[in-house]
Design a binder for this molecule. Structure first.
Ligand code: ADP
Length: 186
């Protein structure tokens, strides 16, 4: 099973992603987590990515596509994967299509979690206080939301046109939302 999980910052993608990959025994590929690990390791990619991430803007498409092309070819992805936070722009989605054409089975589902924007900002400010993630301050959160609506939301049409898109209500308890997603995938 190959899944793309989409949704605005704070909608709970990461939490839901964990539940889904556990159920299907597939790999969880969170580009946010991968990039944070690169930043933590002071790698060349991490150093390049950090300024963009701290500002709440997107890391350039080229860097993401190179990174994901390598990652998707690793053996553990053969059993399936869930993409969390990628693709985030139309060029990334087009690049992903090319990668997938080269390396094998198509994406099966795109699940988009939806929620009210004000609720999301509240949640993220709270998360920032708890997690200490450097990009979870109110100002950067608003910037990330805007980036989402401007650059990532157009992907909904992109995947709708390919008949892959499923919208799922992202408000409710964690298990309720997991069930809604599993209903789509089954
Ligand atoms: P969020 O909770 O805002 O969805 P993520 O943990 O997915 O955040 O990503 C954090 C940051 O990492 C983003 O604001 C962006 O700078 C960078 N990033 C993650 N995925 C991508 C991507 N696909 N393209 C460009 N930048 C990305």
């Amino acid at each position: 099973m190959r899944i793309i999980l989409m949704g605005p910052p704070g909608v709970g993608k990461g939490t839901q992603a964990k539940n889904i990959v556990k159920k299907y025994g597939i790999v969880h590929l969170s580009t946010g987590d991968i990039l944070r690990a690169e930043v933590g390791g002071n790698t060349e990619l991490g150093i390049k990515a950090k300024t963009f991430m701290d500002a709440g803007s997107l890391v350039p498409d080229e860097l993401l596509l190179d990174m994901m092309e390598g990652r998707l070819q690793q053996d553990d992805c053969k059993k399936g994967y869930l993409l969390d936070g990628f693709p985030r722009t139309i060029p990334q989605a087009e690049g992903l299509e090319k990668i997938v054409e080269k390396i094998g089975p198509k994406i099966d589902f795109v699940v988009s979690l939806t929620a009210d924007e004000d609720e999301l900002v509240k949640r993220l400010v709270l998360r920032g206080q708890e997690s200490g993630r450097s990009d979870d301050t109110e100002e950067v959160i608003k910037e990330r939301q805007q980036v989402y609506w401007k650059l990532t939301a157009p992907l909904l049409d992109f995947y709708q046109q390919r008949n892959l898109l499923h919208e799922v209500d992202g408000l409710g308890t964690i298990p309720e939302i997991t069930d809604r997603i599993l209903n789509v995938l089954e």
